[in-house]
Design a protein around this ligand. Structure first.
Ligand code: ZN
Length: 249
């Protein structure tokens, strides 16, 4: 058992590995007063009841905690076969992600998540489009996810390509969707793809713009957010440190 287990007041069976186990305080808030405490036995995948009791802020806190386990080198001891079996009959993910295809920025790994914890849509430069919005609307409105998280990352090749006006087949059209972020980035220094700081500033702006575009282009998601059913959030992942910087708000 970890130090976290030892200091927590909840019974150990409520702290088996996984998404819900990451924050004792939030888990306690989620389950106190439900009257079902004695009947809960955490399996290796989220149940609908467990997911439904989480607030959007609680889901974000759990993702932050998972990233901290990752970058401090203390990930859970995942039994992926058990997770696969536990989730095979149904899925109740807590969030839907929009992240880059970059091979080093796999969201499930860097947030120490289990099979079934989140939906993840990936496209170079993490920009939205109607198909991704449709996927997010399914995830939140029909499947019950509580958070839409747009995640950019440092040293992103798609961002560099947009800065450089790269052209190649279908990539040209994809990069065109990132270019508004290049123009919208206020930066006093060298505005080239060789400038690490500028590339990351554009990547951050691109996440902000994508969050706005999701609200603008999906009345379904915008309404869920205004009702408090979901939160649309942003984050930047640092390839060098392994740390995710979640945007405030
Ligand atoms: Zn990227």
């Amino acid at each position: 058992m970890s130090a976290q287990h030892k200091t927590c007041q909840l019974p150990y069976h409520l702290h088996r590995r996984g998404f819900l186990q990451a924050s004792g305080a939030i888990t306690a808030i989620a389950f106190v007063g439900t009257g079902t405490l004695s009947t809960l036995a955490f399996a290796d995948a989220l149940t609908q009841a467990q997911r439904d009791r989480l607030t959007p802020d609680a889901v974000l806190a759990l993702m932050k905690a998972g990233n901290k386990r990752f970058y401090t080198g203390k990930p859970e001891d995942h039994n992926f076969l058990a997770q696969q079996r536990a989730s095979a009959k149904g899925q109740y993910p807590a969030a839907v992600l929009l992240s880059c295809i970059d091979s080093r920025a796999s969201a499930e790994t860097i947030m120490d998540l289990r099979i079934g914890d989140v939906f993840n849509s990936r496209v170079a430069g993490n920009v939205e489009n109607p198909d991704i919005l449709g996927s997010m609307e399914f995830a939140c409105k029909l499947a019950g996810a509580k958070v839409v998280l747009v995640m950019g990352h440092t040293a992103c090749g798609a961002i560099k390509g947009a800065i450089d006006n790269a052209e190649l087949g279908n990539l040209t059209g994809l990069l065109a969707k990132i270019k508004p972020a290049v123009d919208a980035t206020t930066y006093a220094g060298e505005r080239t793809s060789k400038n690490y700081a500028f590339v990351n500033a554009v990547a951050r702006k691109n996440v902000e713009i994508t969050m706005s575009n999701i609200r603008r282009d999906s009345p379904v998601l915008a309404e869920l957010e205004s009702n408090g059913a979901i939160k649309i959030a942003g984050a930047m992942y640092n390839l060098e440190t392994g740390v995710m910087d979640f945007f405030a708000g």
